[in-house]
Design a protein. Structure first.
Length: 225
């Protein structure tokens, strides 16, 4: 890969050594970056190897922009990368639905999206109070914390609230899967407010459910939602 071009197109200075490796440790099209004062190393899942070089350049540029917290730069390659990732979710195999999550999705789709939202894969992940849910663009999957399993009817709205949040990620944008970037734009937050549960109510509910555990602080919850 032409790494000089990666930097030049961004119009920035970068004196660190840049390396790109393909690794079998990632699923799907995940990637991450490790860096210190001397070098930046990009690790891409092996699936990236066969993908068009321009799109890979766009991926690396997108990661650099995140690392260096640069705003307002979007190269042609970054646009290519974004549409590649968006199209991936369209063609991702869809066949894994947990029954309870499917019911939640159907309620939310009906009430909040006028039935227009495509159903992603819906899977219970692990028992976590920190990470309530997540949406993985590359496999079009919502992962939900198991703390939302078997809720009494009057509490299912908290599951639906997190379901709605994750479906908004599907609607609005995609996450770069290095765990750093969340697409909570202003438009996203405006949409989110339309739901009849507030983040405060959710926090209170979590607090009750988490009796005996350390209270979560507000920032932690919203960051990982
Ligand atoms: Zn989120």
């Amino acid at each position: 890969m032409d790494l000089t071009r990666v930097i030049e197109e961004l119009g920035i200075e970068e004196k660190r050594i840049i390396k790109v490796k393909y690794s079998g440790h990632f699923k799907n099209f995940n990637a991450n970056a490790k860096y210190n004062a001397d070098k930046i190393e990009f690790n891409l899942s092996r699936q990236w190897k066969d993908i068009d070089k321009d799109i890979q350049v766009g991926l690396i540029q997108s990661l650099i922009v995140k690392i260096k917290k640069i705003r307002n730069i979007k190269t042609e390659d970054m646009k290519l990368y974004e549409s590649f990732m968006k199209n991936l979710s369209k063609y991702a195999k869809k066949h894994t639905y947990d029954k309870e999550l499917e019911e939640s999705y159907e309620r939310v789709n009906e009430n909040m999206f006028q039935g227009m939202m495509d159903k992603p894969n819906l899977i219970f992940a692990s028992e976590s109070f920190n990470k309530l849910g997540s949406y993985e663009y590359s496999s079009d999957t919502i992962f939900m914390s198991t703390i939302f399993k078997d809720l009494p009817l009057n509490e299912k709205r908290f599951l639906d609230y997190v379901m709605y949040h994750e479906l908004l990620h599907k609607k609005h944008s995609f996450n770069i899967k290095n765990g750093k970037h969340h697409a909570h734009t202003t438009a996203f937050r405006e949409d989110e407010k339309r739901f009849n549960v507030s983040e405060q109510e959710l926090t209170q509910w979590l607090r009750k459910k988490r009796r005996g555990f350390r209270l979560l602080d507000w920032g932690v919850i919203s960051k990982h939602l």
